[in-house]
Design a protein. Sequence first.
Length: 147
Amino acid sequence: MLAQRKTGFFNKFYLVEIIKGLMITMRNMLFAKRATIQFPEERRDYSEKFRGQHYIKSVNGVENCTACMLCPTVCPAECIHIVAGEREDKEKYPIKFEIDSLRCCFCGMCEEACPKDAIKLSNIYEMSQQNRTVYEKEFLLEQRGNK
Ligand code: SF4
Ligand code: SF4
């Protein structure tokens, strides 16, 4: 035969447990460090390793990229399209440099493969857009975040 537990008046209505639960909620509400932030007034600091919006590095308005085609070769999503050209000093450069943002999986392989340190992934994470799906060269030259 099963032993029956004696239940007091308060236990019968779970009053003690409800009060314990409310105390935990109040303690967290008033004293615990909040996990949420007031975006966009507050912004979260992401790790240096975070891979966000791509950008092309430039020095004095001249992009580092020499259109060597390594990044489109290693890109697993095949989302980089480059048209190479030649400057007067015979240096190669990208006439066209496009990244299809809908195909990119932000793996960072383009950044790793680049011998000129030209294509990088910034810490910009606000990337939702209504109509831009392809990042063009002019756009990529402007994006750097705080890097
Ligand atoms: S981050 Fe990866 S998928 Fe995106 S463009 Fe670079 S190599 Fe391609
Ligand atoms: S971004 Fe770097 S890897 Fe890609 S084409 Fe330019 S120089 Fe080559």
